[in-house]
Every structure is written in C-alpha cells, then in structure tokens.
Design a protein around this ligand. Structure first.
Ligand code: GTQ
Length: 355
C-alpha cells in the first residue's frame, strides 16, 4: 500500500469486498488514492465557448420562449468533462442570459448567490430588493443570497449577460431554497445608484452593519470605473508576472471578496505580453471584455490545451492546471471562481511559476 496505489486484489479479497456492499460498507484501502489524491484530479476540462455561436443559439431561444415563461432564458455553459450536470466547474454554474426589448424576468429569490457580467446591450436593468441598476457592457452586478431580483429591458436592443452562480455548491450542501414573488417586479424602493452612492465612495453610513448575506452592500460595479483603475495602475507600471494587472472586486465594508462564495476579478494584459505559468486550486471562468489573446492550459509533456479567445468568448481553466496568457492586443479579462470558499476552509493554494 502507498498513498498513490491501492493494494493488489486477490480472489479472497474480491470475494470479501463483494460481501461488504449489501451491508452498506466498503473497504477504504481499495479507494484511498481516488478519495485522497496527491493533488487535485478534476473531471473538469479546459474549454472555450465562442460568443457568436452561443449568441446565435440564444437569439433562436428568443423566438421559442419568452423570458417570463422560461423564468430565466439562459443557455447553461456546461463543462464537457461533466456533461448534463449544469456545471462549468465542479462547484460553479455559468450561463448566458437573454432579455429582449420589452421583456421582464419576474421577481424571485433563492439561496444561491448570482453574479452578472454584461456582454452586450445597454439600458436594460436588474433590480435587487427593489433597487434598479442600469446595465452596460463590462458592468459587474451582484445578486446576494436570498435577495429579491427581477430583470427588465426597456431599451430597444437585446441584452445579454454572463451569469455566474454557486448552484452546484449549494446543491452539494442540500441548502437550496427558492420562491417566486408573485409579480413581475418587486416593489421599487431606493433610487437607482443608491448602493454606489452610499457604499462605493470610501464612506459608509456611520452606524451601518453588515446584513446576514455577507455580500457587499455595493451590488453594481460599473465597468468605466474599474477600467479606469486598470489604466491608472498601468501608468504606475504595477505589473505582476503571472497576472498582468489584476484587481479583485471587494466588499468595501470588509475589504474581503464581494460575495461569500465567489471571487471576481478584472485584469489587464498588455499587447504582446506573456504571463508566467501559474496555477491555483480554484477552477476559474474567464471572459474577455476587450482584445484577443491565447491561454495555454496544462503542461508541455502531459498535454496542453490552447484556448484562442476574442471579445466576449468565455473559457474555463480547471483546478491546479498551469495556465499562461498571451495577449495579441491590450486585453481585459473578467474572471470568477470559488476562491472565497476555499480560503474560508483553509484549502486554497496557488503555485507561481508552476510546471
Ligand atoms: O437571473 O435569477 O442563470 O435564478 C440561473 C438561475 C439566472 C437569475 C440563472 C437564476 C438566474
């Protein structure tokens, strides 16, 4: 026996193992290497979804079903390593959601946390507990766990965004609750922009205390502001060898991640730049807002997957797979993962200069 290989099977041992199953038992030593692997062994595969291809199918769905009838008209991005499981990584879900002009996606709430990253369209909105926010490309918007939310499109163009949710994680814990509000819109309360004005200016109402959701009180992070910060840091030449310039979206009240279960980041890769190999235990979903580039996942000998991406393509990198990025233009990548969960449990690891 070693930590990497199960002991040999003999006819007597096999006969013994067969008697265990009907008793609801199993011998650990036959399974040890798969249960306690030396390093992450994931069925998740590196994969890229071409935006234009998904968009064409999503627009087709627009002619088949309304947002209201569908509840949410979304094409799920399923990892080919776990087909049929509605997962993009082991713990996370991703999809592309379409809201056509004049449509509403009715108010509901659930224990899953959602993030939205706007791909296309301008002027549609999402409302969180009755506060509307107008969405533009590159905006990052949060729907906290158990917050009422509805989406609507009063503009004259289709609105498409990337949804990231912790659905598989909540499912794993058997902690899903959901309910419909019973009307299209949750009653409007605070005016549009209230969350940013109150919590996104380096100020907090003096007696404010975090609620139970542990999610940032800012729920809309406009792209224009985040993009401006990337340019400021470019001017300061604060490059990281593995990440270019990478920023994390934070909860301004704690300095921690904006959501308890999902990390979200925005990074700038300069034209012609090549990052050093990097790996971490949080499988990560990326989308480019600007620019074209190539992400190389894996190791030269064991097998590399090359993901060539352009604006709005979505791709996923598995846990612990070495990753390098090469930017053909100035490129901006948005990404999300389950890093806060792993950090809270003392599990998160990274390896700079991996492979
Ligand atoms: O917009 O509330 O992609 O509840 C999956 C589940 C979006 C949403 C999804 C949802 C939503």
């Amino acid at each position: 026996m070693s930590i990497e290989t199960a002991p040999e099977e003999t006819p007597e041992r096999r006969a013994y193992y067969e008697r265990l199953a009907p008793e609801g038992l199993a011998a650990l030593w036959t399974r040890f290497p798969e249960l306690v692997s030396r390093e992450p062994k994931s069925p998740i595969r590196p994969h890229l979804w071409r935006y234009q291809a998904v968009r064409a199918l999503l627009m087709e769905a627009g002619g088949l079903i309304t947002a209201k009838e569908a509840e949410r008209r979304v094409l799920i991005l399923e990892n080919p390593g776990l087909p049929g499981q509605s997962r993009v990584t082991r713990s996370l879900y991703a999809g592309l959601q379409l809201v056509l002009p004049g449509e509403v996606a009715p108010a509901h709430r659930h224990t899953q946390t959602a993030l939205r990253f706007v791909m296309e369209g301008e002027g549609a909105h999402t409302a969180v507990d009755g506060e509307k926010t107008i969405m533009r490309p590159g905006d990052f918007v949060i729907t906290p766990n158990w917050a009422w939310h509805d989406h609507g499109n009063d503009s004259d163009r289709p609105m498409i965004w990337l949804d990231g949710l912790d659905i598989p994680l909540v499912q794993f814990l058997d902690a899903s609750f959901a309910e419909g509000y019973g009307a299209d819109e949750f009653p409007r309360g605070r005016p549009t922009g209230d969350n940013l004005a109150r919590f996104g200016q380096g100020l907090l109402p003096v007696d404010w205390e975090a609620g139970e959701t542990r999610t940032s009180p800012v729920f809309s992070y406009p792209y224009a502001r985040s993009r401006e910060t990337l340019e400021r840091l470019r001017a300061a030449e604060e490059w990281d060898a593995c990440h270019g310039i990478k920023l994390r979206y934070v909860n301004p009240a704690t300095g921690g991640w904006a959501m308890p279960t999902m990390a979200a980041c925005l990074q700038l890769l300069p034209k012609g730049g090549e990052t050093e190999p990097y790996r971490s235990t949080d499988a990560t979903v990326f989308t480019a807002t600007e620019g074209r580039g190539r992400t190389i996942v894996g190791e030269p000998i064991l097998g590399e997957t090359i993901l060539d991406w352009g604006p709005r393509d979505v791709f996923v990198v598995p846990s612990w797979a070495p990753v390098r990025h090469e930017a053909l233009d100035d490129a901006v990548l948005f990404s999300f993962s389950d890093r806060p969960v792993q950090e809270a449990l003392g599990l998160w690891r990274e390896d700079r200069g991996a492979a």
